[in-house]
Ligand binder design. Structure first.
Ligand SMILES: Cc1ncc(COP(=O)(O)O)c(C=O)c1O
Length: 373
C-alpha cells in the first residue's frame, strides 16, 4: 500500500476486540444503571495504583481538576505563591489561578525543555513559594526531577507533579506517578492512556492526602449528606473508567509502539536542521509525542511541506505561559531566560500515536529528508 497521508494523531487504532469488549461492558453498565461510581471505578483505581506503583489513586473528572484537587489537598489557599514552568499547557496556570493562588512562571532549560535544578533553586529562594508544580511535558521529564524533589522538601515547598503527559514515564528507574508527593494525570482521549471522554486522576503514597483528595472530588462529603470540606463534583465517569480499564490491558504495547516511532525518527533524521529529541539518559519516556527542534525561521516552510504531503504536525506549545494574554492580570512574578519563548517557536511535533506503521514513519522521514535536500 502506498501511503499518501499520515495524521498527526489518530485515536482509533484499537486492538482486535477492544471496541466490542468496551461496548459489551457499556451495555452491562446501562443494564445495571451504573452511571456514576461503582465497581468499574474501584477496578480502575486499583489497576492504576498497580501500574504506577502509587499506594493511592483517586479518579476525577479531568486533568485540570486533578491539579486543582492536588493543590487544594495540600492546602494551597488564597494568595499563596505557586511556581509553575513557563513551558506547559495552559491548564497548569489555570489550576493555580482557580484555587486563588498567585502564579510565578519559572523558565525551563533550553536543552531539556524542563526545569533544571539551578533555576528551580533560584525561583524558590527568590519567591519563597508555598507550592510548586513540576510538569513532565512530552512524556519526558527533567533529568533533575529527584534533585528538584529533594530541594523542594528541604525548603518546605509542597511539590505537585503535573503528569498529564507522563503516564508510564520513569526517572532514575522510578515511576514518576508512583513516587511523587502528589501527582496528577489527564486521560483526555489524546493522551497515551486516553479515555472515551474527559477524565483524570490524582496519585499519592500518603493516606491522608488521598483521603482529602477523594473528599474534595465528591462535594466535600464525609457521609452522603455531611460535608467536611467545600469541594465540588469532580467524579470520574463510569463509561470513561470502563474504557480505561480495557485500555490498561494494552498500555504496554501502545507505549512500546510510540517509543519505536520516536526512536525511528531520531535514527533516520540525523544530520538535518530538524533534530528529533530523545529524553535525558536517566529518563525513560512514554512515547507521548515526537518532539523535534528546528530553527524558528525554518519551521513554517517545513510545516507547509508536511501539510502538502498530507502529514499532520504539531507545535506543542506555541506560546510561553507568561506571554498569554490571560496571564497578565494574575502573574505574581517570573523567571524568564527566554527559553520557553524560544522553544515555543522552535518546537515541531511529528506524527506519533499508538500503532503508527513502519510505512507511515518511512513516509514522514522521506518527506522531511526531501524537504531539506
Ligand atoms: C501538561 C498538562 N496539564 C494539564 C492538562 C489538563 O488536562 P485535561 O485536558 O484533562 O483537563 C493537560 C491536558 O492537555 C496537559 O497536557
Amino acid at each position: 500500500m502506498t501511503i499518501s497521508s499520515v495524521p498527526f494523531i489518530t485515536l482509533n487504532r484499537f486492538e482486535n476486540g477492544f471496541k466490542e469488549n468496551f461496548l459489551n461492558g457499556v451495555t452491562k453498565l446501562v443494564d445495571n444503571t451504573q452511571f456514576v461510581g461503582g465497581p468499574v471505578v474501584a477496578e480502575l483505581e486499583e489497576k492504576l495504583s498497580a501500574k504506577t506503583g502509587a499506594n493511592y489513586t483517586v479518579g476525577c473528572a479531568n486533568g485540570t481538576d486533578a491539579i486543582q484537587v492536588a493543590l487544594r489537598t495540600i492546602e494551597v489557599d488564597k494568595d499563596d505563591i505557586v511556581l509553575l514552568p513557563d513551558m506547559t499547557f495552559w491548564a497548569t496556570f489555570e489550576a493555580v489561578v482557580n484555587v486563588g493562588a498567585k502564579p510565578v512562571t519559572v523558565d525551563v532549560n533550553r536543552e531539556t525543555c524542563h526545569w533544571d535544578i539551578d533555576t528551580f533553586k533560584e525561583a524558590v529562594d527568590k519567591f519563597n513559594p508555598k507550592a510548586a508544580i513540576m510538569v513532565h511535558l512530552y512524556g519526558h521529564a527533567s533529568p533533575d526531577t529527584m534533585a528538584i524533589r529533594s530541594y523542594a522538601k528541604e525548603k518546605g515547598v509542597l511539590l505537585v507533579e503535573d503528569g498529564a503527559q507522563c503516564f508510564g514515564t520513569k526517572v532514575d528507574g522510578e515511576s514518576i506517578l508512583g513516587t511523587a508527593l502528589i501527582a496528577t494525570t489527564s486521560f483526555y482521549p489524546a493522551k497515551v492512556l486516553g479515555a472515551s471522554g474527559d477524565a483524570g486522576a490524582i496519585f499519592t503514597n500518603d493516606e491522608n492526602l488521598a483521603k482529602t483528595a477523594r473528599v474534595l472530588t465528591n462535594h466535600g462529603r464525609t457521609t452522603h449528606y455531611t460535608h467536611g470540606l467545600v469541594g465540588w463534583n469532580s467524579r470520574i465517569g463510569s463509561y470513561e473508567s470502563l474504557f480505561l480499564n480495557h485500555s490498561l490491558d494494552h498500555i504496554d504495547a501502545r507505549l512500546d509502539s510510540r517509543r519505536v516511532a520516536i526512536n525511528y525518527y531520531n535514527e533516520h533524521l540525523q544530520g538535518l536542521p530538524l533534530k528529533v529529541k530523545l529524553s535525558a539518559s536517566n529518563v525513560e519516556e512514554n512515547g507521548y509525542c515526537a518532539v523535534a527542534m528546528i530553527d524558528p525561521s525554518l519551521r513554517g516552510a517545513l510545516i507547509e511541506t508536511l501539510k502538502g504531503a498530507g502529514i499532520g504536525s504539531g507545535t506543542i506549545y506555541p506560546g510561553a505561559m507568561s506571554l498569554q494574554e490571560g496571564a497578565d492580570k494574575y502573574m505574581h512574578g517570573k523567571i524568564d531566560n527566554g527559553n520557553a519563548d524560544y522553544i515555543s517557536k522552535a518546537v515541531l511535533n511529528l506524527p506519533c500515536f499508538a500503532y503508527i506503521t513502519q510505512e507511515e514513519l518511512a513516509y514522514v522521514v522521506e518527506t522531511v529528508k526531501k524537504h531539506f535536500s
